[in-house]
Design a protein around this ligand. Sequence first.
Ligand SMILES: *[C@@H]1O[C@H](CO)[C@@H](O)[C@H](O)[C@H]1NC(C)=O
Ligand SMILES: *[C@@H]1O[C@H](CO)[C@@H](O)[C@H](O)[C@H]1NC(C)=O
Ligand SMILES: *[C@@H]1O[C@H](CO)[C@@H](O)[C@H](O)[C@H]1NC(C)=O
Ligand SMILES: *[C@@H]1O[C@H](CO)[C@@H](O)[C@H](O)[C@H]1NC(C)=O
Ligand SMILES: *[C@@H]1O[C@H](CO)[C@@H](O)[C@H](O)[C@H]1NC(C)=O
Ligand SMILES: *[C@@H]1O[C@H](CO)[C@@H](O)[C@H](O)[C@H]1NC(C)=O
Ligand SMILES: *[C@@H]1O[C@H](CO)[C@@H](O)[C@H](O)[C@H]1NC(C)=O
Ligand SMILES: *[C@@H]1O[C@H](CO)[C@@H](O)[C@H](O)[C@H]1NC(C)=O
Ligand SMILES: *[C@@H]1O[C@H](CO)[C@@H](O)[C@H](O)[C@H]1NC(C)=O
Ligand SMILES: *[C@@H]1O[C@H](CO)[C@@H](O)[C@H](O)[C@H]1NC(C)=O
Ligand SMILES: *[C@@H]1O[C@H](CO)[C@@H](O)[C@H](O)[C@H]1NC(C)=O
Ligand SMILES: *[C@@H]1O[C@H](CO)[C@@H](O)[C@H](O)[C@H]1NC(C)=O
Length: 839
Amino acid sequence: MHDMTKWSFFLSLLLCIFNTRTCFSNGSDTLSVGQSLSVTQSLISEGRTFELGFFRPGASQNIYLGIWYKNFADKIIVWVANRESPLNPASLKLELSPDGNLVLLTNFTETVWSTALISPILNSTEAILLDNGNFVIRDVSNTSITYWQSFDNPTDTWLPGGKLGINKQTGQVQRLISWKNSEDPAPGMFSVGIDPNGSIQYFIEWNRSHRYWSSGVWNGQGFTAIPEMRVNIYNFSVISNENESYFTYSLSNTSILSRFVMDSSGKMMQWLWLAGSSQWFLYWSQPADQADVYAACGAFGVFGGSTTSPCKCIKGFKPFGQNDWSSGCVRESPLQCQNKEGNRKKDEFLKMSNLTLPTNSKAHEAANATRCELDCLGSCSCTVFAYNNSGCFVWEGDLVNLQQQAGEGVSWAGADIYIKLAAAELQVENGAGKGNKRRTRAILAVVIPVTLITFGLFIYCCYLRKSKLHHKGEEDTSENLLFFDFDTCPNSTNNVPSSVDNRRKNVELPLFSYESVSAVTEQFSHKLGEGGFGPVYKGKLSNGVEVAVKRLSKRSGQGLEEFRNETMVIARLQHRNLVRLLGCCIERDEKILIYEYMPNKSLDFFLFDANKRQILDWGSRVRIIEGIAQGLLYLHRYSRLRIIHRDLKPSNILLDSEMNPKISDFGMARIFGDSETEANTKKIAGTYGYMSPEYAMDGLFSIKSDVFSFGVLLLEIVSGRKNTGFYHRDSLNLLGHAWKSWNSSRALDLMDPVLGDPPSTSVLLRHINIGLLCVQESPADRPTMSDVFSMIVNEHAPLPAPKQPAFATGRNMGDTSSSTSSAGFPSVNNVTVTMMDAR
Ligand SMILES: *[C@@H]1O[C@H](CO)[C@@H](O)[C@H](O)[C@H]1NC(C)=O
Ligand SMILES: *[C@@H]1O[C@H](CO)[C@@H](O)[C@H](O)[C@H]1NC(C)=O
Ligand SMILES: *[C@@H]1O[C@H](CO)[C@@H](O)[C@H](O)[C@H]1NC(C)=O
Ligand SMILES: *[C@@H]1O[C@H](CO)[C@@H](O)[C@H](O)[C@H]1NC(C)=O
Ligand SMILES: *[C@@H]1O[C@H](CO)[C@@H](O)[C@H](O)[C@H]1NC(C)=O
Ligand SMILES: *[C@@H]1O[C@H](CO)[C@@H](O)[C@H](O)[C@H]1NC(C)=O
Ligand SMILES: *[C@@H]1O[C@H](CO)[C@@H](O)[C@H](O)[C@H]1NC(C)=O
Ligand SMILES: *[C@@H]1O[C@H](CO)[C@@H](O)[C@H](O)[C@H]1NC(C)=O
Ligand SMILES: *[C@@H]1O[C@H](CO)[C@@H](O)[C@H](O)[C@H]1NC(C)=O
Ligand SMILES: *[C@@H]1O[C@H](CO)[C@@H](O)[C@H](O)[C@H]1NC(C)=O
Ligand SMILES: *[C@@H]1O[C@H](CO)[C@@H](O)[C@H](O)[C@H]1NC(C)=O
Ligand SMILES: *[C@@H]1O[C@H](CO)[C@@H](O)[C@H](O)[C@H]1NC(C)=O
């Protein structure tokens, strides 16, 4: 083959020397009349997006002429010329012949593929690969006259600008037809095309005839069965005139690449690539469930639902191809009626249960099952029979779309079916002769079902889950996060505390599909940190907006409906000092919350870092304290839900671009199911150092336990030091140190030294006083958040003297100095703990 290549190169060189017109320059985008493209050459579109040339799919030895994206390491083939006529000799070339046709020649003379235009001889044509992936034969003098284009002859891929239509003159439907398998572009069983009857929808068909999925009619904005397409990234148009009618689409954002593919798994897929990302991602695929793909496992293949190997052959059959299930399975031994000489034994029947059969059976009356069996045995075309009180049902020829089922309400779920096999097949297992036929059956009736039952159970589970989702209509309502525009979303409104009930009707929390959340976070790859309730990831929407995605750990005991309601309630809490909840995703056992992204990470990131601490001057610290107080006040008082945060700490205070504080993780206790107010709980969730004594020790929590945490936070902000992990000559923690300094009138020592001289000693002392009031031992002594807020704003009102704070002496609640993370969303330096109270 190598020699052949050399030879062809030498030959084209010779041709070049004798006739400059035939010399094609490698890598240009145009082929002129008489020029040809050899196996080692390629056409590259002007913008270098697409490349046309020869390729070998996978490990295949065959060579095809195709078009692929130029800029991806893996060749993603979008068009194949000779999909039905694979070639393997090296002496191949593509030529634009003098009659204006593109021809693929082998051995330099034999045509294996051609555009077959029967137009008049045109010597003024050229073939050009356009930057949208369309390969066109056009007129040189008037380039808007197109004689032929690859977009009119798609293989399995539909690119923006391409057509999916019908020729009204001939009634011929232009389809995307799947590859047979990943190494064979020959037309496979699955295809998608426009409704030949004229309605604006498309159908996926098996064997170009059996329809198993419909997109639903185009309603001007989307197809009903593809909610993902409702986003406004498309300009989707339907063009209809007397000659043809077709769909075409373009993308409004040219930095997005898109391709619809009729995949050899029987699903239609849309893949997108966003400028700058490292890989293509699957935007949607339909039918959503592989079980809905007709005949996914081919003849005599049984679909079992497992994702790794969904197909199995019925006993007595073996797979036809290695990776081509659409060709199904073939008999290991021929039937007697097919092979009279070699096989003397009468064919027998294998009994199977819980198999969904195709509906194309033929029914006739039969007195009993024995009669029915004899009828099937007597007809060579009969492959399966089943008998119930209505009569005898027989299936002829190849059986397709067999599915293993364990549920009720499925055809033949209860009844047994009998598959005709060569006698040899049934005897292999038993080593038994003809006389043991009954025993053979009996044993098989046990063995086969047992091996299939595990398989069946799995599908049953999938089925249950699927039907659950269907009931709630999840699939129809979930939105696509990637293309969501939060600015036009009704949810993005005011900070004014308002009645939850009034707003109930008009605020809807968007529910996003798991696929889109995964795409936005690039398969959950950029972890920002680990909050108390699960990891947080960064995501980026197509319009550049960044979001934080919190994937809740699975320990929440809530059901989906409860979770959704709860999230909806939390989403209605809107305040400028609370992190905004933008949406959620409930799918595949996942519960995910989508928040606004805070570029400045969390408070601890600044406060406890020797350098970054200096960014927080006295003014911004006061603003942060006030902001937290307002947010907490809103939660406790105005939200009407009286939310107790229970885990207030610097890592849960996020900072926006102007260093305004926003409380995060509020309402988590509700979401996680223990929402009793002022109660005691067996489960203590919180962080040592910020938990009030009554909560840490007795599990009692109330709004006053949040006040305690706020006091600790306030003292930390003023001093720039952590409550725990605090070392001083004679104090165990910051609270103890503050108390000592306060009593010895050296309270100013508490101030963070990086702040320099305090702008006003009285303001500083006032803050320390408030902080100490909040951390008093007895909850009754602590002020409420509204008291705290008025103390902060009324600078001249007298303040009570604080009593000794909790934990000031002796009991240190432990050191939680795990490493500080550089995370952006709730960071992890103080890990939230959950422990079961030992009471
Ligand atoms: C044509 O260009 C491609 C790279 O674009 C190169 O791999 C190939 O060897 C070239 N063929 C010839 C004949 O120069
Ligand atoms: C090309 O020629 C070789 C031998 O010269 C032959 O074996 C092969 O079948 C030919 N190819 C085609 C497509 O006819
Ligand atoms: C192309 O066609 C023009 C007339 O349409 C003719 O004059 C010219 O000779 C032709 N060239 C070739 C190479 O056939
Ligand atoms: C090119 O052809 C189109 C029709 O196909 C016609 O409208 C246009 O005027 C032609 N342009 C020239 C320059 O002849
Ligand atoms: C086209 O529509 C007619 C009536 O609406 C229906 O009977 C026929 O089956 C349809 N054909 C196809 C191929 O859908
Ligand atoms: C596909 O349909 C054609 C006729 O349309 C038929 O001859 C062929 O047997 C079908 N293939 C299978 C696997 O059923
Ligand atoms: C959408 O596409 C159609 C046909 O391709 C075109 O006529 C129309 O101007 C396009 N609209 C927008 C908004 O790009
Ligand atoms: C339809 O086809 C006829 C003949 O092929 C052509 O004359 C006519 O212009 C075409 N109509 C449109 C709208 O393209
Ligand atoms: C187009 O998408 C890219 C991301 O792929 C984004 O950065 C850019 O802002 C978008 N442009 C418009 C106009 O939406
Ligand atoms: C089944 O029906 C046939 C008549 O169609 C009868 O001869 C035979 O005895 C019946 N067998 C049993 C087991 O009832
Ligand atoms: C027998 O099976 C057929 C096909 O599934 C069904 O329509 C019929 O109702 C069944 N009859 C009885 C008595 O179960
Ligand atoms: C078939 O399904 C029924 C109902 O779910 C179940 O009771 C039975 O065990 C299943 N049989 C086999 C062999 O799986």
